[in-house]
Design a protein around this ligand. Structure first.
Ligand SMILES: C[S@@+](CC[C@H](N)C(=O)[O-])C[C@H]1O[C@@H](n2cnc3c(N)ncnc32)[C@H](O)[C@@H]1O
Length: 213
């Protein structure tokens, strides 16, 4: 079923309210723009997963849970956020659309990284950057020479569907500063992680924040 723009905006703002924050009009506009880009370019850039609006909205809503966690735990503008294995931009592009944090989106695959570049520019977030390469433990293996990313330098780190959650929580702690927060996506029934500082739940997925040492 095709929703009107009004419906989509209402759906997004209602979800944000459910996740404990107010989604402002510029963020709604950016998310609408992104939904258009995912639908238009999904096939050409080989972005895996849903390309219909209902499926995409599911991914966006899970990203809004992450934004809700950032509000709940307490983020500050201009903080540095690392999103590993962004793929089509989940949750990295949703974060860039909603929060005034500097997002570094890491994605090894060329066409996906090109799409992320395009999308970051289209939503007017040129302060965010897209890097092609792999995160391996606390090491960075670049594909594009000269691009660096330094372990222990981020305030927040997320990775959805890239590593097993318990592996990611330990790995992510190496990428955040002391006191930084690692964001994990887990099934709702998963027990609390050691050092967990907040969670935002929906029916299927639970987003957890774990404080780095
Ligand atoms: C299953 S997709 C998930 C994409 C997105 N996070 C999402 O939830 O839709 C995993 C992505 O992680 C990337 N990836 C895999 N291993 C990686 C690594 N070691 N460092 C950075 N990215 C990685 C892949 O290229 C792929 O785009």
């Amino acid at each position: 079923m095709q929703r009107s723009n009004v419906d989509v905006g209402h759906h997004l703002t209602a979800a944000a309210t459910r996740f404990g924050f107010e989604l402002e009009a510029p963020a709604v506009d950016r998310l609408r723009l992104l939904l258009g880009l995912w639908q238009r370019f999904g096939r050409a850039f080989n972005l895996s997963g849903a390309s219909d609006e209902a499926g995409l909205l599911g991914h966006v809503l899970e990203g809004l849970q992450v934004v809700g966690l950032a509000h709940k735990v307490g983020y500050q503008s201009a903080q540095r956020w690392l999103d590993v294995g962004s793929g089509a931009g989940f949750p990295g592009l949703v974060i860039a659309a909603c929060l005034e944090v500097q997002v570094t989106l890491v994605e090894p695959r060329e066409r996906r990284a090109s799409f992320l570049d395009l999308a970051v520019n289209q939503i007017g977030r040129r302060d965010c950057r897209v890097l092609r390469g792999h995160i391996e433990g606390a090491s960075w293996r670049p594909i594009t020479a000269g691009e660096t990313v330094v372990a222990g330098s981020f305030d927040w780190a997320s990775a959805r569907a890239v590593f097993a959650p318990e592996v990611w929580v330990e790995l992510g702690k190496r990428w955040v500063k002391p006191g930084g927060v690692v964001v994990a996506h887990v099934k709702a029934e998963t027990g609390a992680f050691h050092g967990e500082v907040g969670r935002v739940d929906d029916e299927r997925w639970s987003i957890r924040g774990v404080r780095g040492g």
